[in-house]
Design a protein around this ligand. Structure first.
Ligand SMILES: *[C@@H]1O[C@H](CO)[C@@H](O)[C@H](O)[C@H]1NC(C)=O
Ligand SMILES: *[C@@H]1O[C@H](CO)[C@@H](O)[C@H](O)[C@H]1NC(C)=O
Ligand SMILES: *[C@@H]1O[C@H](CO)[C@@H](O)[C@H](O)[C@H]1NC(C)=O
Length: 250
């Protein structure tokens, strides 16, 4: 099945599965999360368990815990869906935001209360399999549509970054992608998921300055962090005090 047909099916599937309160179809999938501060989206994320959102390490900032919320169940940044409070924002211990390659660009966000699943709010399984070369992945576009991207063979990604300032930092923990049509990087929502066959395989990273026009997106490869994800969730599954309640957005 070509990317165009796959996209059409996903779009139609979204319509067929019903309408949200705000009459917008849930195009991007019920596991997609918008991380927001004061109603403004700063990153995306993906539901991996009833209290856990997987996102990028780069998404951590000074507001991350205190004032940010995870909005689920809507495609609309302003309305619909439900807003959950965050009580932990756990960035990989070897994440380095100032380093060119942004190594270990992965984080887990814990919600204060478990998500209530429904047809617009679901978790997705994380993949422990290596993504096949040239596989077509779905990713969330900046306009919250679905972008199809191509998984670049690792050798090809390393070759392109070789002799660049980022070269030494692109490694097995990265899943590189390009637009299949023109082989260029794609724009999207940092922290949002890359999906293959209904499983989460990557955490999207926007092209940086260096990557802006010619270099592939060096996303985070979820299978490489499979154990870190499982262990971090297990290590943080204490029943902390519930400090707030989710609120239904109008
Ligand atoms: C969070 O929001 C409150 C109320 O607007 C503000 O007083 C506080 O400084 C904010 N905290 C951070 C870390 O920005
Ligand atoms: C992936 O694409 C490259 C470049 O088009 C090609 O050389 C390679 O054989 C492809 N690999 C697979 C597994 O399709
Ligand atoms: C989980 O906890 C174990 C035991 O305290 C510790 O050795 C390990 O480093 C922790 N792993 C993570 C990813 O938090």
């Amino acid at each position: 099945m070509g990317p165009t047909l796959a996209l059409l099916l996903l779009v139609c599937g979204g319509y067929a599965s019903g309408q949200l309160k705000n009459d917008r179809p849930n195009l991007v999938g019920p596991y997609h999360v918008s991380l927001q501060v004061n109603g403004r989206q700063y990153c995306g994320g993906t539901i991996v368990d009833d209290r856990w959102i997987l996102t990028a390490g780069k998404c951590y900032n000074e507001y991350s815990k205190e004032n940010s919320t995870a909005v689920v169940g809507t495609n609309n940044l302003q309305t619909g869906g439900t807003s959950y409070l965050i009580d932990r924002f756990i960035v990989h211990s070897r994440f380095q935001s100032k380093q060119f390659g942004i190594p270990h660009n992965i984080a887990l966000v814990r919600l204060t209360t478990p998500l209530v699943y429904n047809k617009f709010v679901e978790k997705i399984e994380i993949s422990d399999k290596h993504v096949p070369d040239n596989a077509t992945l779905s990713s969330v576009g900046t306009d919250k549509s679905i972008n199809m991207v191509k998984a670049l063979p690792q050798e090809e990604c390393l070759r392109q970054y070789h002799n660049t300032i980022m070269g030494p930092f692109v490694n097995v923990g990265n899943l590189c992608t390009v637009n299949p049509a023109d082989q260029r990087p794609t724009f999207g929502i940092t922290g949002s998921g890359l999906i293959l066959e209904g499983k989460l395989v990557g955490v999207f990273r926007s092209p940086g300055l260096l990557g802006r026009y010619s270099y592939p997106n060096a996303n985070t490869r979820v299978s490489y962090y499979h154990d870190w994800i499982q262990t971090t969730i297990a290590n943080n599954s204490d029943e902390a005090a519930i400090t707030g309640r989710p609120s239904v957005r109008n």
